[in-house]
Write a protein of this length. Sequence first.
Length: 116
Amino acid sequence: MGLHTRTIALSIALGTAGLCAPAHAQAPDPCALYLCMASVSGQGSPSASCTSAIQFWHTPSPAGLAVWTYYPVVKFWEDISYQVRQQYMNNCQGSTNTPGNQAISNAIMSQWGRVP
């Protein structure tokens, strides 16, 4: 097998290996996050499918919505986390498009917006 053929075969093998790589968790849809956070804020009860959305809310950024710094000291940034969470959740148009939904969004943020 020539060098050119081996290079092509290696490229194909590495490309195929990438297709078999394990899937990584993705951020929940902002509307799913809104519904799940509403359920833990007294608007129903959370389903098992809410586990990842609620975990995303509390996971440190950049993988989640809780903003922490670790150097020179460990610190949770309440106000910045509040803003990041509200902005993410407001990407769901349904969270703010009616007075009732806006009230639920406000309740979520007042109860959970500044919680690590």
